[in-house]
Design a binder for this molecule. Structure first.
Ligand SMILES: O=C(O)CCC(=O)C(=O)O
Ligand SMILES: [Fe+2]
Length: 199
């Protein structure tokens, strides 16, 4: 059990199963990582958030929270050295120094999605070690599947549909892996925090 509460972080005492899961699929599912009471507060903040169009050249489109308010609150919640050390131990990623991200929203339309990419596309992004996404809503939707694969492989190593409020996915960022988010077919929107642990 792992829980990122408002004032304390509960981390699993025995990480053996987590290490084995990450070794196999290069990703972890942290079910209910943000507890319900804290999630409720974040939902209230997000209710006042403003979103702008965010086109990522060659990859796709989505909306992101701007100015970042709820996203900054989540950055702060994740900025805990005990969590950084647990992630290093569990994933083998070295020296995580900080975390930062944004709230992203996709709708069922002809443009919202992200094609295969590795999150290492700019010089500033080259120190990204792990990515984290957290479900911030639980509206039903079809499509919107997240997939992670080895570059050049056609079989995903890991796939996940975010539909449980407060559940997080952590996955490896490296030149040997790529990930994508499929377009929504109906329902939604899909609302997640998407950030990176940076070394
Ligand atoms: O929405 C997701 O699940 C992943 C987002 C993503 O890949 C990114 O922001 O780079
Ligand atoms: Fe990404």
């Amino acid at each position: 059990m792992l829980e990122i509460g408002q004032s304390e972080t509960l981390l699993p005492a025995d990480s053996t199963a987590w290490r084995a899961a990450f070794a196999k699929q290069r990703a972890l599912v942290l079910r209910d990582a943000i507890p319900v009471d804290l999630m409720r507060k974040l939902t209230m903040l997000i209710g006042r958030s403003h979103f702008v169009s965010n086109r990522i050249d060659g990859l796709g489109h989505r909306e992101i929270e701007s100015p970042p308010v709820a996203g900054k609150a989540i950055d702060l919640l994740l900025s805990r050295s005990s969590l950084f050390r647990w992630l290093e131990h569990t994933t083998g990623c070295e020296s995580i120094m900080r975390v930062g991200g944004a709230i992203a929203r996709t709708w069922p339309n002809s443009e919202d999605h992200l094609d295969w990419h590795d999150d290492l596309n700019t010089p500033e992004s080259s120190s990204r070690r792990l990515a984290i996404t957290i479900a911030l809503d639980e509206l039903e939707y079809e499509g919107g599947l997240f997939e992670l694969r080895n570059v050049g492989s056609s079989d995903p190593l890991f796939s996940f549909k975010h539909d449980r409020l407060g559940t997080a996915v952590i996955f490896e960022i490296s030149g040997r892996l790529e990930h994508r988010v499929a377009p929504l077919i109906s329902g939604g929107p899909r609302l997640v925090y998407a950030g990176w642990f940076v070394g």
